[in-house]
Design a protein around this ligand. Sequence first.
Ligand code: GLA
Ligand code: ZN
Length: 629
Amino acid sequence: MPALDDATRGRLLFGGDYNPEQWPASVWDDDVRLMRAAGVNLVTVGVFAWAALQPDPGRFTFEWLDDVLDRLHAGGIGVALATPTASPPPWLGHRHPDTLPQGPDGVRRLYGSRNQYCPCAPAYRRAALVVTEALAARYARHPALRMWHIGNEYGTACHCEHCARRFRGWLARRHGDLDGLNAAWGTAVWSQRYGSWEEVLPPRRMQYIGNPTQELDYQRFVSDALLECFTAERDAVRAANPAVPVTTNFMDFYRHTDGWRWAAEEDFVSLDTYPDPNDPDAALRGAMSQDLMRSLGGGRPWLLMEQSPGAASWRPVATPKRPGLNRLWSMQAVARGADGVLHFQWRASRQGAERAHGAMVPHAGPDSRVFREICELGSSLAALDGVAGTSVRADVGIVLDWDSWRAVELPHQPLDGFSYVDRLTEYYAPLWRDNVTCDFVRAGADLSGYRLVLVPNLYQVTPAALRGLRSYADGGGTLVMGPFSGVADPEERVFTGGWPAGLMDLFGVRVEEHWPLAAALPVSGEFGDFAAAGFAEWASSRGAAVVATARGGPLDGRPMVLRHGRAWYVATLPSAPAMRRLLRRVCAEAGVRPVLPDLPPGVEAVRRGDRVFLLDHDSLAVSVVAAPH
Ligand code: GLA
Ligand code: ZN
């Protein structure tokens, strides 16, 4: 199997999205010259070039792309060649209106923007394969080609008749027959029983609250339908040259595509990330996304496919990155396992929706702060010899379960706005601040390599997840579980008899009621007094020691933090300082240590291979030093 190594060839990649079709050919030579000056060694070409490559269904115009790839190759610059299928040209929607995606409201989204395709429309799938196969036939052995970039940021949902038909097939595979479907969806509630497959629909606009399992299955189905689009194109480019690695670009924590399933279909994982320079927690969020990418790829190096060198124009306040910030965040990605740093985009677009977006060559041209910083970044990356291909080790695993994520965010759970990513962040943040490196792990994975496993939420449990957690605990592992866990099965059927179902004995706890909080809940215990907020549970100890207890209000005296040997259960959402105290204690007991102890606040330390990256988020300084033994 090809891997990212085949593209890096031992050197960190550096570059960005290159859209030469927006420019006259006279600019292209200047581009290559400036790329060389900046140390660029990889550009992503063709992401939105479908109309430029196939101006009408019967005609390809590859000559300009031949020219561009040849110039890049002559300049020593490699290419991530994209299939342009994220943005079909108007002719596709015009000739085949059924390729245009339909919202839950039944209204079609028209061309004139991008991403306007139904993943299930046969005409879209055919057209996407035609252009992909043509590209593959022409360029699969081009010497500039380093990797294939399939589509772009998959995530478009559609609710049309094509989708309805495929959804029924997907449901039949999952639930067997209509009886299975009716049982799984609980259609006895509100007279929803289906008597024939033709009656079964995607969740479209309804009069009142929809069926939660229908919604959940549709989310799973959309992820799978998009994945079929990806794998069809992947197979087409692989058939033309199996040695070239294939990826598609993910977006941070993006619920709509199941990262575990998707990453398993790629040769390596890549990320588009746009932390907000105005967000005081941007570096934390960046680190978290980067750790997710490394984890999705099973610990192997991943690629930072897109970040902005300046502003992201889709933000209401599109503030550029201040001097040094792009370098700092780029180094953070490398520290956390990236084997390359690319940007959106190379040269700022003069026209179109993204004319205000940052670029490596901004509107001001190469005589600019931004371009000078890009050149400096290029040399810093080139100086990091021997980093590409090395790995990052984590002693802590944080369980990320896509189905629990989807399910807790369904409408009409006890707490609207119970954000799964916020739950992960509450556990990740204190460890990040203490320079403890974490992986994300799937529920049901082999956890035996971790000293500590955190389960901020596992709302839906499967037998495999239970087996994984139990065998980890039996092997002596330390576990911490957060509230609203072990509540429902994968069909969104609530377990009876108390929660966390299947784990009450392990944690020595039984939860009877979920208790969303309108006001802060005072808690006191071994970690001092703290305020919990948002969510709590009516829990009782079944053998666990009570470590912290609610004070006052209807939950007065109820246990909020419990421990049962090495298994900790947290029945609420403690304040950030309390989480930090709690996790410091748990880490100390589990033998989990920071990368370096006693660093000043604001300094992030990550060990990769035999180096430690020190990232100072206050001064924006970066240093890379040899790791202590
Ligand atoms: C995404 C896309 C790019 C571009 C950037 C702008 O990441 O993949 O094509 O639109 O956003 O931030
Ligand atoms: Zn559709």
